[in-house]
Ligand binder design. Structure first.
Ligand code: NI
Length: 129
């Protein structure tokens, strides 16, 4: 137990890197993560968990691959979307966005992606803010 609060704006102001999650806090076995994004991530899935996205600033498109083909969901400020476990997804934000994620502690940002990670992305389980 700590009596120290955390602040979303303070944490967002503390880093600049895109696609590099900061862990805002933890609740039970879950991280609340903050990520600044711009451009395109990589296609991946999380075989063991759903992934909750909340857009704080900007807009985010989440491309999805399912049995029926590809689709995309467009998210604006304060829109909330859950990518179900196992569903291939590729987040993209041409103009940039700040997002909050909720996912189990230890979840790798790039999930099951197995190729070389592009230089503009950090594949990580988050860095404590
Ligand atoms: Ni993901």
């Amino acid at each position: 137990m700590t009596n120290r609060s955390t602040n979303i704006d303070t944490v967002l102001a503390s880093f600049e890197e895109h696609w590099s999650a900061r862990i805002l806090t933890q609740v039970n076995d879950y991280d609340v993560r903050l990520v600044k994004v711009e451009g395109t991530f990589v296609w991946h899935s999380h075989p063991d968990t759903d992934e909750l996205f909340i857009v704080l600033h900007g807009t985010l498109d989440i491309h999805l691959r399912e049995a029926g083909g590809e689709s995309a969901v467009h998210l604006e400020r304060h829109d909330v979307f859950v990518v179900p476990r196992g569903v291939e997804h590729c987040p993209e934000s041409p103009k940039g966005a700040s997002i909050m994620l909720l996912e189990p502690t230890g979840t790798l940002s790039t999930g099951d992606y197995a190729d070389d990670v592009p230089g503009h992305i950090t594949s990580s389980t988050g860095v404590r803010a």
